[in-house]
Design a protein around this ligand. Structure first.
Ligand code: SF4
Ligand code: SF4
Length: 289
């Protein structure tokens, strides 16, 4: 069972929900948290564990061999991403723009653009009893999150059984990294705030999930700060509201000092239990299908 936690924008409490939920679930079952916000992973601020594995992650980039190149110009023509250009008698490759599609390399008539490994990030796995936590982080200067998200999901897929609940902390927004992080999930929990901005970004996130033909529900974070528009919208659109995390000064204090909430705030625990029951229902439905 794969559950992605996403939001139409950053700062809505997506990571708060993800980290508290996995820690809560791990009290009585095995669970995996995967931080796929690879540009700025911060679940690790709230989840402790023993480092059990680490590895570098690579992408493949063409490397120009000047001696055999006939300057035919094919490579520049086939690259849809303008990652390889011909400048006079030089072929320049821009690794930041390259999507590792191999087209230039395979279509070069003189094999002058062999693909070479380039480090794009690091993956680390931590363990704390029932909880496994996987975090990937792009190296500084690397701009493409999608290949690292893809490789991280592959690692999780190969390593963990399908019966284990996997929670993906997706990047914020509605762009390609979010799509990569959510496209294989069984269900998406969209975290939002009950404010006009929250509703605006929630609608964008919902449009993206509909495009992907994903099932989704909403978690309202900081419930009580704004108005009822998010709630009314969900009711009118028949979108399940799975939980409402309350707004409080105590929560803000715990969060800012890197602490989980549910042990100290009973209302949060009650809401996490609702999410747990919802996930159990999904699990039963999946087994029956
Ligand atoms: S396709 Fe190959 S031979 Fe042609 S310009 Fe590019 S690198 Fe040179
Ligand atoms: S591998 Fe694909 S994206 Fe990268 S430079 Fe070659 S054609 Fe462009």
């Amino acid at each position: 069972m794969k559950i992605a936690i996403a939001s139409g924008k950053g700062g809505t409490g997506k990571t708060t929900v993800a980290t508290n939920l996995v820690s809560y679930l791990s009290k009585n079952k095995k669970v995996v948290l995967v931080d796929l916000d690879v540009e700025e992973p911060n679940s690790g601020l709230f989840i402790q564990g023993e480092l059990v594995h680490e590895e570098d992650k690579f992408k493949m980039i063409p490397e120009w061999i000047q001696d055999t190149c006939t300057l035919c110009g094919n490579c520049q023509k086939v690259c849809n991403f303008h990652a390889v250009i011909q400048l006079g008698t030089q072929i320049l490759v821009f690794p930041e723009l390259c999507h590792s599609c191999y087209a230039c390399s395979e279509l070069c008539p003189t094999s002058s653009l062999p693909m070479k490994k380039k480090k794009m990030g690091e993956l680390k796995e931590y363990k704390d009893n029932n909880l496994s936590f996987i975090e990937s982080r792009l190296v500084i200067g690397e701009e493409q999150a999608v290949p690292l998200i893809h490789q991280t999901l592959k690692y999780v897929e190969e390593k963990f059984d399908n019966n284990i609940i996997k929670i993906f902390d997706a990047p914020p927004g509605t762009s390609c990294p979010v799509i990569e992080a959510t496209k294989d999930a069984d269900f998406i929990l969209l975290v939002t705030e009950p404010t006009p901005f929250g509703l605006h970004d929630l609608k964008l996130a919902i449009d993206t999930m509909k495009e992907l033909k994903k099932e989704f529900g909403v978690i309202i974070n900081r419930n009580g700060v704004g108005n009822n528009d998010v709630e009314n919208f969900c009711i009118n659109e028949n979108i399940p509201i799975i939980a409402k995390i309350p707004d409080s000064r105590k929560i803000a204090e715990l969060y800012s000092s890197g602490n989980l909430l549910y042990d100290e705030i009973e209302e949060v625990k009650v809401e996490l239990k609702k999410i747990e029951e919802f996930i159990s229902g999904l699990f039963v439905r999946k087994v029956r299908v």
